[in-house]
Design a protein around this ligand. Sequence first.
Ligand code: HOZ
Length: 428
Amino acid sequence: MGLNEELFERAQKTIPGGVNSPVRAFRSVGGTPRFFKRASGPYVWDVEGKKYVDYIGSWGPAVLGHAHPDVIRAVQEAAVDGLSFGAPTEAEIVMAETLCDMLPSMEQVRLVSSGTEATMSAIRLARGFTGRSTILKFEGCYHGHADSLLVKAGSGLLTFGNPTSAGVPEDFAKHTRVLDYNNVQQVLDLFKADGNNIACVIVEPVAGNMNLIKPSHEFLQTLRDVCTQYGTVLIFDEVMTGFRVGPRGVQGVYGITPDITTLGKIIGGGMPVGAFGGRKDIMACIAPLGPVYQAGTLSGNPVAVAAGLTTLRLLKQEGFYTKLEIQTQKLVAALNESAQAHGEVFCADSIGGMFGLYFSSTVPQSFEDVNKSDRTRFNAYFHGMLQAGVYLAPSAFEAGFVSVTHSDEVIAETRRASDLAFAGLRAI
Ligand code: HOZ
């Protein structure tokens, strides 16, 4: 038995499923999760000393590559001055100023400790601001694990949602409507029927939790238009996409302005941070200014803020996003070529530093499309890549992440691994 297996067996005795976040358990792809010991640049090493090219990047934060020396130094220096005060610091003002400067839609922002906290708080804020209860989300979009978000569509377009997790009371779920991603007509129909009762629309403006799914411009524009018309708060959940698909997130790429944006991942540089912010009149409803309560002992944590600020400073450097985008496109081209060389039904796509790979002939537009892709082949490919030293997300429903340290050599290494993995699929 290898050390990964040993640790997995040991972990399961004291940690449910052996992991602290379900997808890490490899349930979807089968096999034993790798336990990591260290990471540097584009690579991670497991406890058995095996090195992998990493395309998860901690699910997004590692856009500079793992363990960037400047970020590590910032964390060390901040830690020496104290790990947490539970009181205001100047650095958190600098962080707020930086975020508001980088995202023009953000007039004010509050820091929290995770993306889940950010989306949960943003929804409470939207409900407090509008005095309405109903929220709209889209199937396959994941916004963290707050109760009202663990809901998927019921039997019909306008029916109430059903919880997709045990422990979520139907009373909570009934306030959540779920429509298909990229389906403009469904949005128009719902707002026509019930627009005056909808507090907010929350959307991953590029979805990254059902593999990578891009929106049509019309879809995002429709959301903006109906929200403006009905006084509904438009929340862009850019926890994953913020500062990853471009310097101004998806809102910058598509030129559509949300009322509230939620952030996380990159703004913490690998440390636990989240944020929600946007229009000043809406943010004025948050305590202590307004009646919507939200608080947190570790909110604005000085070590996490130091890591985030250093990360944001580095990615503002000239040419950063061009390089990130080009390397990601080169990866996608390499994977597509590899699949073609092996006669595989496969396609890959990207935006900024995020990519998706699909065992289907065309790039999916919705959760339903992703669901139709060949998961058996994905799972076999995943294991082939793992064997050949490439660590992809262990699920066909996750996006992939590239860093600026994924050089041409690293992509060539990935191509060689992919050729081996596709060759291994022939027998299936
Ligand atoms: N929910 C994350 C993927 N979309 C996984 C987080 C983790 O396991 O770290």
